[in-house]
Write a protein that binds this ligand. Structure first.
Ligand code: DOR
Length: 429
């Protein structure tokens, strides 16, 4: 029983095993050894560490399938060390990092570097996402097969779209042979025309160039058609508009193999967050309108949107202090995702079980990670949630280097009290 750990008396939610009730989990050598359903007597054994999590949920470790870790190359914004620390603090046991680093992760050497560095310095598990095209230039496919062999779990040019439909077609065709998804940053870059925020009355009033919703929707529609043509594995990133949700819903009804994600800011905030030119709310795709927020919630509720991902996009304070048009796009999201997602649980949009599906089970299934459940014998990756814990989000509360969130100063409810990765316990309280 050496090094054994008992996560005692929480409310276990594991939709894969159909568990939703009080229980305890025994962990040995980093693996789940036993699940005790129902109330058990608190054991007294000097070889057993007991964490009493009464009143908390015990969930399969959360997985963020859309993070920007910035390393290599932009270590002033984030590093693998700080980004994974933020992930743990936010309740994530695994994350997938996007390839828009410097150099870009478009080859197996960079993929291997990230995996090695994460193993040495990371707090949570890290799965790299490789670039679809060389240099994310959208012209020529990158060496996806070699990156896959090195450990990449998906491919995306995130931050940029693949504008050339033939290149996207080839990528989707190729995704079948290496059995992993192509993640689409759906944006018609010409239509976006260097816009800065959602196009509409507010953008006209603020005098800021707008990004029409159609910029996203046209590319969602195109990629759905290409997925149908190729039968490749398409995943749409950061869905932000009502029409995108309905295009994806319709595609799924027609049997197109497609999955989709949204991010907490798209169901929590509207474009109003930038009415005082707050660069911390400048993000791409941009924050939209209340109508879109409601449609995103509907899409989450009816299963059109499979995943909640953070699109954690940390930037240096000095960069976000620039004028609105010069500041980079992105919101730091790893440490607010749980609270914002729990808010829509309180509203009755999702259940805790749905949260587990969208933040653990589905990302694991889409990326074939062999995670997302609490089965005996699995790695002991657990998130312990206190859904009532309140805190004010201050810069000191954020472990990420990126403090760029429009939620600074707000009161948030719900926090991961403990994050457990391969049996190693991190106390976030
Ligand atoms: O706001 C964003 N920031 N959207 C993206 O697609 C990229 C990201 C970044 O890398 O900063």
């Amino acid at each position: 029983m050496d090094n054994s750990l008992l996560v005692y008396n929480g409310h276990i939610v594991d939709p894969i095993q159909d568990i939703d009730g009080i229980g305890s989990i025994l962990i040995e050598k980093g693996k789940i050894k036993e699940i005790y359903q129902g109330k058990i007597k608190k054991p007294v054994n000097k070889n057993l560490t007991v964490i009493d999590v009464s009143g908390c949920y015990i969930l399969p470790g959360l997985i963020d399938m859309h993070t920007h870790l910035r390393e290599p190359g932009y270590e002033h914004k984030e590093t693998i060390h700080t980004g994974t620390k933020a992930a743990i603090h936010g309740g994530f046991t695994s994350l997938c990092c996007m390839p828009n680093t410097l150099p870009i992760n478009d080859n197996a050497t960079v993929t291997s570097f990230i995996i090695r560095k994460a193993y040495q310095e990371g707090f949570c598990k890290v799965y790299p996402i490789g670039a679809i095209t060389k240099g994310q230039q959208g012209q020529e496919l990158a060496e996806m097969g070699l990156m896959r062999e090195a450990g990449a779990v998906a491919f995306s040019d995130d931050g940029k779209p693949v504008m050339n439909s033939l290149v996207m077609r080839r990528a989707l065709e190729y995704s079948k042979t290496i059995d992993c998804p192509i993640i689409s940053h759906a944006e018609d870059i010409n239509l976006s025309a260097n816009g800065l925020m959602n196009e509409g009355e507010l953008s006209y009033r603020l005098g800021l160039a707008g990004i029409p919703k159609e910029s996203e929707e046209i590319m969602v529609a195109r990629d759905v058609l290409l997925a149908k043509l190729t039968k490749g594995r398409l995943h749409i990133a950061h869905v932000s508009t009502k029409k995108s949700v309905s295009i994806i819903r319709r595609a799924k009804e027609e049997g197109v193999m497609i999955t989709a994600e949204t991010c907490p800011h798209y169901f929590s905030l509207t474009e109003d967050a930038i009415k005082d030119y707050d660069t911390n709310a400048k993000v791409n795709p941009p924050l939209r309108t209340l109508e879109d927020v409601e449609a995103i919630k509907d899409g989450l509720k009816d299963g059109t949107i499979d995943v909640i991902a953070t699109d954690h996009a940390p930037h240096h304070k000095d960069e976000k202090l620039l004028e609105f048009d010069k500041a980079p796009f992105g919101i730091s999201g790893l440490e607010t995702a749980v609270s914002l997602s729990l808010k829509i649980v309180k509203e009755g949009v999702l259940s805790i079980s749905d949260i587990v599906l969208k933040m653990s089970v589905n990302p694991s299934a889409i990326l074939k990670l062999n995670a997302g459940n609490l089965k005996v014998g699995s790695d002991a990756d657990l998130t312990i949630l206190n859904t009532e814990k309140e805190f004010i989000l201050t810069e000191d509360e954020i472990f990420s280097k990126g403090k760029n969130t429009p939620l600074l100063g707000s009161k948030l409810t719900g926090k991961a009290l403990f994050t457990i990765v391969r049996g190693k316990v991190y106390n976030n309280d």
